[in-house]
Design a binder for this molecule. Structure first.
Ligand SMILES: O=C(O)CCC(=O)C(=O)O
Length: 228
């Protein structure tokens, strides 16, 4: 929990109960940008407006590269127990670690992540943050701490597809759902990172644009920059 306390700023009660979660109406946007159809939202305008601040890149890593991450991470993760915290905590059913030094294959991937996600020369948070969510695990809506993290969050998804939901903090009818396929990279920047909460849906709620997306155990590997 130590890492999470530094990363997470505040949590929100599940946004689903606010009624913003809806059937996708005619006005819902399907993203006509990179990897289109991986981002849907409350309106087409919102999807278009936030389009440059929210990216999902499918197939960012190969199966072999995913295997390299798992070989590096599994021994350490297996020594930890999944934590199932009080219902009001930010995350349920997880274990986590951070890592500063990687073998060559993973370092090569992380350099690729850094080069696509962060402006050149942008100071990065040294260690990479790893979150292992059990099949029943999920992450509640929160905004990452502005004290510890800068304008950009970039994450690789290993082992499972999942759905990340963004909800505008001060206008919960404004939302985006991101389909994060296994081995994809997502990037959140600027307004999407500061003004919207993000969360990873639990398996029972994992439905993207009307389509069920089974959530299995999922490991995310996240890079962040430092506040400026
Ligand atoms: O697992 C993820 O991809 C998101 C993790 C997250 O929300 C966070 O660490 O702030």
């Amino acid at each position: 929990m130590k890492l999470l306390l530094t990363v997470l700023k505040r949590t929100h009660k599940p946004a689903l109960s606010t009624g913003h979660r809806r059937s996708l109406s005619a006005s819902s946007g399907l993203l006509p940008l990179r990897d289109e159809a991986l981002v849907v939202g409350s309106t087409r305008e919102l999807v278009q407006r936030l389009g440059s601040q929210v990216e999902v890149r499918t197939g960012f890593i190969t199966e072999e590269e995913e295997g390299a991450f798992l070989r590096e991470l599994e021994p350490g993760l297996k020594k930890k127990r999944y934590e199932y915290d009080h219902w009001d905590d930010a995350i349920h059913g997880y274990r986590e670690t951070e890592r500063a030094r990687w073998g060559a294959a993973c370092e090569e991937v992380l350099n690729r992540v850094r080069s696509v996600a962060f402006p050149e020369g942008s100071p990065l948070l040294g260690p990479v943050h790893i979150l292992d969510l059990d099949k029943s695990g999920f992450i509640k809506p929160h905004v990452d701490s502005v004290k510890f993290c800068g304008s950009t969050i970039a994450g690789l998804s290993l082992l499972s597809d999942s759905i990340m939901r963004l909800v505008k903090e001060d206008a919960t009818s404004e939302w985006l759902d991101l389909l994060l396929p296994r081995r994809s990279l997502y990037i959140l920047r600027d307004e999407a990172r500061y003004k919207f909460t993000h969360e990873i849906l639990k398996d029972e709620e994992s439905v993207f644009n009307g389509q069920r997306v089974p959530r299995l155990r999922r490991i995310s590997v996240m890079c962040r920059n430092l506040p400026s």
